[in-house]
Write a protein that binds this ligand. Structure first.
Ligand code: 5GP
Ligand code: MG
Length: 184
């Protein structure tokens, strides 16, 4: 696995520190609010971020899973957003925090936000660990952003290439030859 990584963009220590800071900001938003909080992680890319973030949040919360799939391999364009697992959990009348790994073209987040709003939540906010500012449309609302990164295909800390590398503890850029030949 390690040998397929070209360079580390964000180390696990950098990520850890930033996630803790994000959690402090998020906790302030919901402290003392009357409606309950439901976290909606967009699976599977958000799993590690989710696990680290929620353990830093000293709030009573529910988790409602949603799994989408839009990409094949490293292609970041095009494909339709497919629902693999429909929202499992309580959203109506509750404060919802959407949690995703990365804001790229914004299609996924836009889709999820629309879908949540349709269920009558008390509020909707969004937290992403990464954003590619060169690609993300300016009109999309994401209240909590971990890092702005360059427009490169990254893996690790939950992010995959062909479902691999999610367990890589840092966030790194794959070697170009790995993207070309694929990997088993
Ligand atoms: P968007 O819909 O904003 O274009 O893309 C969001 C989704 O695309 C993310 O949730 C993630 O699954 C995938 N994605 C976008 N950029 C990258 C990337 O650089 N690396 C990986 N592994 N996935 C990405
Ligand atoms: Mg994703």
């Amino acid at each position: 696995m390690e040998r397929d990584i070209d360079r580390i963009l964000l180390s696990r220590e950098q990520i850890h520190e930033r996630v803790r800071a994000m959690a402090r900001d998020i906790a302030k938003v919901y402290e003392g609010s009357d409606a309950g909080l439901t976290i909606v992680p967009v699976l599977s890319g958000s799993i590690i971020f989710l696990a680290d973030l929620i353990r830093e949040l000293p709030l009573k919360m529910k988790i409602a899973l949603l799994q989408l799939s839009s990409y094949r391999g490293a292609t970041t364009e095009g494909a339709e957003i497919r629902t693999v697992l429909d929202l499992v959990g309580d959203v109506a009348g509750r404060h919802v925090l959407i949690v995703d790994d990365i804001l790229d073209s914004g299609r996924t987040i836009r889709h999820v936000q629309k879908r949540i709003w349709a269920k009558g939540p008390a509020s909707v906010r969004t937290a992403v660990l990464l954003r590619k500012p060169d690609r993300a449309p300016p009109d999309i609302r994401v209240e909590h952003i971990g890092f702005d990164i360059e427009d490169a295909f990254v893996v690790g800390y939950g992010l995959d290439y062909d479902d691999h590398y999610r367990n890589y503890p840092h966030i790194g850029v794959l070697k170009p030859e790995v993207l070309l030949v694929g990997q088993d």
